[in-house]
Design a protein around this ligand. Structure first.
Ligand code: PHB
Ligand code: FE
Length: 335
């Protein structure tokens, strides 16, 4: 948990005497949970009270990603109504603002918060609402239930350190390889993945420059789903492979182009217009396929079996502004 600052004061009620959960307030939004649902409430710009309901398991899986990824790149839609936009120093929280129908009806609300303030509120909500035995990063078949009245917590699982290599996994002093001893056994779905490592024969003096590792073996030992980690970093080129099972818990709205390489099995993507949610495309990616998601889309993936996906990001902090000014393209290639 980040140390609270004056700005990061969290507004929460006492736990509900029956259900055991706190209700949180952030600006004009309130967040409450019961045994099955998260309820988000706000007042529209013309003064009408509105509410939105999400399955609490889906809500906590989305909240987990938003917190762990520091609000990610661009839009993190929890569903087609609520979500956040990262402005990298501040964050917008919205309801209906990127839903064409709600926007047209004028029932949307968007408020901007300093990143520390929304982060502190989201972290405490995630901790209070996550019960013992439920891991929002785990595949649904590999964890317990999110439902019911408050039962303990699962703080260790919701505060995992993000795995970010500085140069490359396995280099001296960098993110280590995953092993049984480090608590990373091979996943049930990847029992057939060879675990051998490549031979390295660098010239003397280049031992820390020439490098290789078995990425399939590394991924076979991922304990979580839909959580890209940095395995190699060259300037702003971030290789972020991840293992996927069930549904990407957020609908990601791009503020830049990103690339997908399907390394095994398959993922089905729904792609829609970033601003309205209007459906644009279905992309069925099978082992070996590559795709690029343009900067104007939002996308959500469905992985019927645990699969390996390489996400390739351009992490340049200027890119989003270059795209806004028309200096960088929204698509990777024009035909
Ligand atoms: C994405 O939004 O592009 C994304 C996020 C998490 C993943 C995979 C893809 O695990
Ligand atoms: Fe994405």
């Amino acid at each position: 948990m980040n140390a609270p600052t004056e700005l990061a004061k969290v507004i929460a009620t006492q736990p509900d005497p029956t259900l055991g959960y706190k209700t949180f307030t952030l600006g004009s939004f309130t967040f409450a949970r019961d045994e099955y649902f998260a309820h988000i409430r706000w007042t529209t710009r013309d003064g009408r009270p509105l509410s939105h309901t999400m399955d609490v398991g889906n809500y906590l899986r989305a909240l987990m990603r938003d917190v762990a990824w520091g609000f990610f790149y661009g839009w993190v839609n929890f569903d087609n109504v609520v979500g956040t936009v990262n402005h990298y120093k501040s964050v917008d929280l919205y309801a209906g603002s990127y839903n064409g129908t709600m926007k047209d009806a004028g029932v949307d609300l968007l408020e901007n918060f300093p990143t520390d303030q929304i982060r502190a509120t989201f972290e405490q909500m995630l901790d209070d609402w996550t019960n013992e035995g439920f891991d929002p990063f785990a595949a649904p078949q590999e964890t317990g239930t999110p439902y019911g009245r408050k039962r303990g917590n699962n703080t260790a699982k919701i505060t995992r350190a993000r795995e970010l290599a500085t140069r490359c996994v396995g280099l001296k002093g960098d993110l280590p390889l995953r092993t049984d001893e480090r608590g990373a056994p091979v996943n049930r779905a990847f029992a057939d993945v060879p675990q051998d490592q490549p031979e390295l024969h660098p010239e003397p003096g280049f031992e820390n420059e020439v490098h290789a590792f078995n990425l399939f073996a590394f991924l076979s030992r991922s304990q979580v789903t839909w959580n890209p980690s940095f395995t190699s970093v060259v300037k702003y080129s971030y290789m972020c492979p991840t293992t996927e099972e069930h549904i990407l818990p957020i609908i990601h709205g791009n503020d830049r182009v990103e690339w997908f390489f399907q390394m095994c099995d398959e993922i089905h993507w729904d792609c829609s217009d970033k601003n309205t949610g209007k459906p644009l495309a279905r992309v069925i990616m099978k082992a070996g396929d590559m795709a690029a998601m343009p900067a104007y889309c939002r996308h959500q993936g469905y992985s019927p079996k645990r699969s390996m996906l390489l996400v390739w990001e351009n992490g340049s902090p200027n890119l989003v502004y270059e795209i806004q000014k028309g200096e960088a393209p929204e698509v990777p290639v024009k035909f």
